[in-house]
Design a protein around this ligand. Structure first.
Ligand SMILES: C[S@@+](CC[C@H](N)C(=O)[O-])C[C@H]1O[C@@H](n2cnc3c(N)ncnc32)[C@H](O)[C@@H]1O
Length: 271
């Protein structure tokens, strides 16, 4: 396990994932019933962008660094939450900040050092549980939750060549255990062949009600670069397609320099 999210925190992929995460949770919280959030690949939870790994790559400057001043309306909720946190909030900190008294969060992390930091960052919160267990195993073990409503965020590092396969398998197993859950899976767009194969596999999975939101900073033709990213959502809350379209367009307007940048929100499988 070589991947450390501290090098990439606040980059354009995080902005996309976290802006949609905030929207999804807010939409689910329109109803008072308790929500269980499962963050299967958690990272350390909070990131200091002014020192250490983040300064070595500087990736955040082309991401959250471009959104902090005068954020567009579509991103205002997410950016306000980042500003309120001080350190850049990873997905666990974003979800934690949004928990109502009746909600709870479970986070899984396998990297030994990052697990220690994650545990330290959330040690005093009884609504948050930290698991040093494998994400793919946790999708079976922690679902279904006792709450009848859940958001499952799946955000693998894509270090291994079989990560899309594991993701498809994990979504199928998680959905089989908890068919009414909202599942959100982030994926990189380097070149199109792997994402097309992933979409095809999900279309053939038998799972209904799937939407994908994607945006790209440049054409996806260089397999060595992160050219864009996507979020696949199963059982999206009402209004997701329209809101995600607005959020993607706002991200392209702020973060893209390339004339060929763009975004798309598409329904992969009908309800
Ligand atoms: C992209 S980062 C997560 C970032 C985080 N979701 C966020 O948005 O702030 C992926 C994390 O998954 C962890 N990881 C990789 N494989 C895992 C596995 N099988 N089970 C649990 N965690 C894993 C990595 O150590 C890394 O910290």
């Amino acid at each position: 396990m070589n991947y450390r999210h501290a090098f990439h925190a606040g980059n354009f992929g995080d902005c996309m994932k976290h802006a949609l995460l905030v929207w999804l949770l807010r939409a689910m919280q329109r109803k008072p019933g308790a929500i269980f959030a499962l963050d299967s690949h958690a990272g350390i939870g909070r990131y200091d962008l002014s020192t250490g790994p983040a300064t070595r790559t500087g990736e955040w400057q082309a991401g959250i660094g471009r959104l902090l001043d005068n954020p567009p309306l579509e991103l205002a909720d997410y950016v306000a939450l980042v500003q309120q946190e001080g350190l850049y909030p990873g997905s666990p900190a974003i979800i934690q900040a949004m928990l109502r008294p009746q909600d709870r969060l479970a986070c899984c992390e396998r990297h030994p050092e990052d697990l220690i930091t994650l545990r330290r960052n959330f040690a005093r919160d009884p609504q948050v549980s930290i698991h040093g267990r494998d994400a793919w195993e946790a999708l079976g073990a922690l679902l279904p939750p006792k709450e009848r409503r859940a958001l499952v965020l799946i955000d693998p590092p894509y270090e291994a060549t079989d990560e899309f396969y594991k993701l498809t398998d994990g979504l199928k197993r998680g959905h089989a255990r908890f068919p009414t859950g909202v599942f959100a899976a982030w994926y990189p767009i380097k070149h199109r062949a792997p994402t097309r194969a992933f979409h095809n596999a999900m279309q053939q999975s038998g799972i209904k009600d799937i939407v994908v939101a994607e945006f790209w900073l440049r054409p996806a033709i260089d397999a060595a670069r992160l050219n864009g990213c996507g979020l696949l959502v199963i059982n999206p809350p009402y209004g997701f397609e329209a809101a995600a379209g607005d959020i993607m367009a706002a991200l392209v307007a702020r973060l893209a320099d390339d004339f060929d940048a763009g975004c798309d929100v598409a329904r992969l499988v009908d309800e």
